[in-house]
Each structure stands twice: as C-alpha cells, then as structure tokens.
Design a protein around this ligand. Structure first.
Ligand code: XMP
Length: 514
C-alpha cells in the first residue's frame, strides 16, 4: 500500500487515483495520524499531498520527522515538499515568491530518478506562496523555475523525493510519468494492482464476513448498488437476496435492465416489488417538489421494509447483513476509518421488529467510481448498467413539473427514451454528465402540426457537464443532435409540440428542475 497523507487540500483524492492508475494500491490517511500509526500500516511508500497553508502559517499542519528516518520511500508534493525541506534542514523562504497556475519547469538533471525520459522544459501546475531556496543536505536539486531555485530535489540513497508543483493535475503534462518514476524507480514498486485483484480479495473478505448467514441488498438501478450486489453474489451466491422496488418512476427500460440483464449477468435472487400503483396514489394531487420528494422517500422505505420483513420470515439462516454500495470518496469525506459500522434499519414505519440490526457489507469502500465501473464490467454486468449516468432516487417524479400522473409519466418516458437514444447515437454519453428531460405539465403553448392547431406541453432538455454534480455547466452540444431530438420528440410523442434547451449553469440553477 502507498499511503497518501492528506494535508487538507482537495488534491489527496486525485493523488490516490493517480497512484491507482499506475496500478499501485493507495489509501488516504489524515495528516493528524501519528507517524507510528502510519508506519504500522507497513506502507511501501508514502506521498505527502499539497495543502492550503504556508509552512510558516500559525497552526499549519506539521509532520514528525521520524517519518523520514523510517526507511520508507517518501514523495512530497507542494506543501508536502516544503514540509520535507524544512524538516530535513533545507531552506524555505517566506519571501512572497508566488507562482500560481501553469509554469515552465526546467529540469537540470536529465537522468534523475524522477525526470528521466521527460523533456528538459515541461509545463507544471504551481500553487504556492513560499519557495525553497536550498535543498537539505544530501539532496540533489533536479529542477527549477524562473521564480523557484529548488523546484524538485531527490535523494536516491534515502529514497526521499519532492517537487514543488502538483504532478497529479492534468496541466502538469508529465506529472503521471514523474509519479510513476517515483513509484517504480524510487520505491521499487510493481504495477500489479488490478480490478481482478480487487474482486478476488473482496470475494474472500465477504465470505469471511458473512459466513453461512444471509444478506440482503437494495438495488436502485444505479451503478454502485448493482456492482456491490454482483460482487456479493459472486462471493455468497444464493445467501444473497436483492430487493428492487419499482416505484413506477423509472425511465423506459430501466426496470427491465434490473429484472433481466442484472439477473442474467449475476444469477442473483431478485425480489421485485411492483409498487407503482401505491406511489401514484400517494402522489395524487401533489405538485410541490419537496412534498413529492418526501412522499417518494417515505413510501420507498415502507415498501423496502415490507420486503425485508418477508425475507426475514422465509426459512433459512439468519439474515444478518445489509449490502451497501458505499464508495471511497464517501468514506474519506466522512472521516475515513476502516471499521464496519452497525446500522439500525429504520423500524418506525414498516413494522420491523425493534431489535433488528444488520451489519453492513460494503465491498466498494476502497474504490473510486471509475474503478467500480471497471469491476462491474469485469463481473460481466452490461454497459447499460455499468456506464449509467446518475439518476435521482425520486426518478421521473421530480422531472414532471406539476402533478405526477400515469399518462404524464408515460409521455415523459417516451421523450426521455428518444433523447437518450440520440445522445448515445451521437457518441455523447461520455461527454455529458447527465441530461434530465423535463415535462412542464402545467404549461401549454400553441403550435401547428399538419394542418391543425395544437395546444401541447413543452419538454425541456437539460444536458450538463460536471465533475461531481456540485457545480455544472450546460453542455454545448451539437445543433444537429439537438435538432434531431427535437424533431423526433415533437413527431413521436403525442401532446408535446415544443422542445426547449436549458442553458443555465449550476449555480444558479440546480441540475434537476425540482
Ligand atoms: P441537483 O438537482 O441538486 O442535483 O443539482 C445534483 C445531483 O444529484 C441528483 N439528485 C438526486 N439523487 N436523490 C438522488 O439519489 C435525490 O433526491 C436527488 N436529487 C438530485 C441529480 O440528478 C444530480 O446528479
């Protein structure tokens, strides 16, 4: 394992991903973790991330220099580089030598461990206030910039390396190569971590955890729960039961994907609960978005708990485990930790016995989203599931502005299916984060079709580009594709006579309309 010590900037996750892209397993630890605890993890190498602070700022995170004496290869980046420099006796000046953004780096030792085979001048991404003016004793300076005399230093004997810039970001064009040089040449690691290893390891771990008891898993139709379920299914087979609640608010073909494709690919026991009538009834007459969300959430829990209860009452070993598709970013953001939490299932509404407690099985806790997709593909799940774009839990219920009715759902499902088909045909699936298709049920406008006047509803297309859905921009997609979607929707979907494009970023608009 390579430990990435997080000094509080947003870069640690990116570094961890880059290390894994180099096929070396990595984990993030907080900089507040005592060095002895880090070393107890027996790391093959340690990377010190960038951070927001100056090493001279009050309360700036520090590092016990014992870390550098442990014989473990260390690579410091940006703030981590400066910490390394000061801890080992180099000089970092608080002299306002700032650099932000793309900066040309001059490599002064072409055959160094970090830079061999990379250009003598290369663009790197800088973001710092202080600058290192003298490397610690025993270190060779291997790169500089116009502003910073020591932009990289290396000590092959002690296997300690550092760079002032951010090799993990895309703008540092040779950053990945430099990182790989540290991992392979500096630390002597081999690129042998693959999704195949992940599956093997997890299958063994799940078998050990679950034993001969039973587990249940809620499938939402999304990537994470599907891959988690497939992994657990591979480990414990028929001891797993999956529950899929069809709330009738899914898009065209999605329920079938779970019912047929997921089962075909995994052989899992699947309990499908068709609750669409129940949801429609509960949503009748409601058009306020928050109320709709609350109703959908409440009904979902009730139906899911009822299904759980039925499984608990079946003959067979104790049902002691609940499978969840928690990903590594969630784990890191909620404070890390490797323990498995016990959760008490909501028992206030569905009539579950008071003392029911499930232990969680979370086989994706170590993985980033793209790795989850790779594991899913390797497990044989179809692309339609593995490459699925995000879709909100309340489904089409929050893409009908106005009351949700069966007719409106059917209409929106048709329009959405056309938009998805054309986006896929145009090869835009990977460029677009997601494209909500929204029905403005309370709005009508005048149109003309054939020889007659129409008075129909508008459909809104909301294609967005994003990295994490926290912010988003509307996607500048080709007019031809927009034209095709518009023509097809107005021709093929009865009662729709207008298609409009949402050109609002987030903020101020959210991605969904409700
Ligand atoms: P907004 O609309 O807030 O959405 O910009 C951000 C991302 O979250 C999705 N979303 C949801 N996902 N349950 C979910 O599981 C929800 O209630 C929900 N609301 C929004 C949305 O599709 C987008 O990806």
């Amino acid at each position: 394992t390579v430990l990435v010590v997080d000094f509080g900037a947003q870069y640690a996750q990116l570094i961890a991903r880059r290390v894994r892209e180099a096929r070396v397993y990595s984990e993030i630890v907080p900089s507040t973790m005592p060095v002895a605890e880090m070393l107890a993890k027996n790391p093959a190498a340690i990377i010190l991330s960038g951070g927001p602070s100056s090493v001279y700022a009050e309360g700036a995170p520090s590092l016990d220099r014992a870390l550098f004496d442990a014989g473990v290869p260390v690579f410091g980046m940006c703030y981590g580089f400066q910490l390394m420099a000061t801890a080992l006796g180099g000089t970092v000046d608080d002299n306002g030598a700032r650099e932000y953004g793309r900066t040309p780096l001059t490599v002064s030792k072409a055959d160094s461990t970090l830079f061999e085979g990379t250009p003598a001048e290369q663009p790197v991404w800088m973001s710092h206030g202080d600058a290192c003016s003298a490397a610690p004793e025993g270190f060779t300076v291997t790169a500089s910039t116009d502003v910073v005399p020591v932009a990289a230093f290396e000590n092959d004997e002690k296997k300690l390396y550092g760079v002032q810039y951010h090799p993990e970001v895309m703008h540092s064009t040779h950053g990945q190569q430099v990182l790989e040089h540290f991992l392979y040449r500096g630390a002597g690691l081999k690129p042998d971590w693959t999704t195949g290893n992940v599956i093997e390891e997890q299958v063994a771990a799940i078998r050990a955890q679950v034993g001969d008891k039973r587990a249940i898993c809620g499938l939402s139709g999304g990537v994470d729960s599907a891959v988690a379920a497939a992994l657990v299914q591979k480990a414990i087979g028929s001891q797993l039961t999956c529950v899929y609640v069809d709330h009738g608010l899914m898009r065209k073909g999605e329920t079938e994907q779970v019912e047929k494709d997921f089962v075909a690919a995994t052989g899992a026991n699947l309990k499908v609960v068709d609750a669409s009538e129940r949801f429609l009834k509960a949503l009748a007459g409601v058009s306020d978005p928050e109320t709709k969300r609350k109703i959908i959430g409440r009904e979902f829990i009730r139906v899911f708990e009822q299904a759980q209860l039925e499984i608990l009452q079946e003959d067979g070993p104790e049902v002691a485990f609940l499978v969840q598709g928690t990903l590594y970013p969630d784990v890191v953001e909620s404070g890390g930790g490797t323990g498995t939490a016990n959760i008490k299932s909501h028992h206030n509404v569905g009539g579950l016995p008071d003392d029911i407690e499930f232990e969680l099985v979370e086989p994706l806790r170590q993985l980033f989203k793209d790795e989850v997709r790779a594991v899913g593909a390797e497990l044989g799940l179809p692309d339609e599931i593995v490459q699925r774009q995000p879709f909100p839990g309340p489904g089409l219920g929050i893409r009908i502005v106005g009351e949700v009715t069966k007719d409106r759902l059917d209409l929106l499902r048709e329009a959405d299916a056309i938009a998805r088909e054309e986006l896929t045909a145009a090869g835009l699936d990977r460029d677009i984060w997601q494209c909500p298709v929204v029905l403005l049920a309370g709005v009508r406008s005048v149109g003309v079709q054939g020889d007659g006047r129409t008075y129909g509803h508008p459909i809104v297309l909301r294609p967005v580009s994003s990295e994490d859905a926290m912010t988003a921009d509307w996607t500048r997609m080709p007019y031809e594709t927009l034209a095709k979607i518009s023509t097809r929707i107005t021709n093929e979907v009865a009662d729709v006579n207008r298609v409009v494009l949402d050109v609002t970023s987030k903020p101020p608009g959210t991605i969904e309309w409700e």
